[in-house]
Design a protein around this ligand. Structure first.
Ligand SMILES: [Mn+2]
Length: 402
């Protein structure tokens, strides 16, 4: 009997305003094909289904469209909410989804009702071979009692102890109810000792303190969500599933994956399946000359357009940089294989920065938007000017594209 584990879909996520739904659409197609080919019976999704608690309609439609296709494949889904999800948004369709073999767990029902999150898994002959404890992201109130005048350190300690206690209680209840079944946990948390990428650090919010790996040993296997780059916490036993696509520039080099578990003769065998790469996200840094040269060497290697994050570093203010950046953006727009979605300009020598405004204001037809804008902001301090110019380039290039 085969189980597939994934997490951190972040449906509806935009990267510097750029829609990543095509990436997820193609991932879903691949996932459905994989489920069919490998005859997966259960799909586990360990939190952060959506990027926000109030996801866009298009992201919601995509979620239900995927689930409806899944139901035709004899594959059941067990879905838990992450810290990015609204627990009630995930829970609202619970009863209806149960008719389509989709079990959703938005809000933790409390330790007194913990049996509600236990789901026995059956093999093709109908025998129960394992049980899943589908633990959604645990809000503070399930983990600690708020005391008066507590500092950050006391709160952190309370959360740590609270998590330890709750996980041991869940483990005990699971053991008591299903003594003979393999126990698989699903959770959305930060396990202590896990390496965190910059992107993960940016994207994580909420319960940060981390749970010690030793306190998570009540399961034969624990499938985790939250850390996007899919590390093992304890190899073969506690594993982050990883996000299926790169959600930030620092995730570009990572091989995104899903995890397959095969259960046979009361044993769990774990295999990682790499998700096909669909897009490159490149960060390009240097002087404008270096950037122009580097961008020329880049190519679209995968299905989807390359997205670029450009950081220009010049010794001193150079009036032509802004125009060259606009020209670079426009040349890429024409080609279509690459797109700049974020830019920063840094002038190292602040004292030498001078913005010139020597155009002839009498001739309206001679005016360029950038020159007018520079005149408008010429009395602001230099750091602010370069920030505003950066934003102006972004907006100006958006309007010309439209
Ligand atoms: Mn998360």
């Amino acid at each position: 009997m085969k189980i597939l584990i994934t997490a951190d879909w972040h449906l509806g996520k935009r990267l510097h305003g750029e829609d990543l739904s095509e990436d997820m659409h193609l991932f879903f197609e691949w996932l459905l094909k994989t489920i069919q080919e490998k005859q997966i019976r259960y799909l586990l999704v360990a939190g952060d289904i959506f990027d926000s608690s109030n996801p866009p309609h298009e992201a919601t439609r995509m979620y239900y469209s995927f689930l409806s296709k899944l139901t035709s494949l004899q594959c059941k889904a067990i879905i838990t909410a992450g810290n990015h999800d609204s627990s009630s948004f995930i829970d609202v369709p619970k009863e209806m989804l149960s008719h389509f073999n989709v079990s959703v767990f938005g809000l933790f029902p409390g330790i007194e009702n913990v049996e509600q999150i236990f789901i026995p898994l059956k093999d093709d002959s109908g025998n129960e071979v394992a049980v899943v404890a589908a633990i959604p992201f645990l809000q503070d109130r399930f983990v600690r009692q708020v005391g008066e005048g507590e500092g950050a350190k006391e709160i952190a300690e309370k959360i740590k102890q609270g998590m330890q206690k709750l996980f041991s209680q869940i483990g005990d209840a699971l053991k008591e109810k299903y003594p003979n079944l393999l126990k698989i946990g699903m959770a959305h948390l930060h396990a202590q000792g896990t390496e965190i990428s910059e992107a993960d650090r940016e994207i994580q919010i909420g319960n940060q303190e981390g749970v010690a790996a030793n306190d998570l040993d009540q399961f034969d296997y624990l499938a985790l969500g939250h850390i996007h780059t899919g590390q093992a916490v304890i190899k073969g036993k506690i594993q982050y599933a990883s996000s299926p696509i790169s959600l930030g520039f620092t995730e570009n080099k990572y091989n995104h994956k899903v995890v397959m578990l095969e259960i046979e003769n009361n044993e769990i065998k774990e295999t990682e399946i790499r998700v096909p790469k669909l897009r490159s996200l490149y960060q390009v840094q240097g002087t404008m000359n270096e950037i122009e040269a580097q961008v020329k060497t880049l190519k679209q290697k995968y299905t989807l357009q390359v997205l670029l994050d450009i950081k220009i570093e010049e010794e001193k203010y150079e009036s032509t940089i802004a125009d060259r950046l606009v020209a670079l953006k426009e040349s890429l727009d024409t080609d279509g294989s690459m797109k700049i979605i974020n830019t920063r300009i840094i002038y190292k020598d602040k004292t030498a920065a001078r913005f010139s405004s020597t155009f002839n204001t009498n001739e309206l037809s001679n005016l360029k938007p950038m020159d007018v804008f520079k005149t408008l902001i010429q009395n602001r301090d230099e750091a602010e000017q370069s920030k505003l110019i950066e934003k102006f380039i972004e907006i100006a290039s958006d309007t010309t594209q439209e």
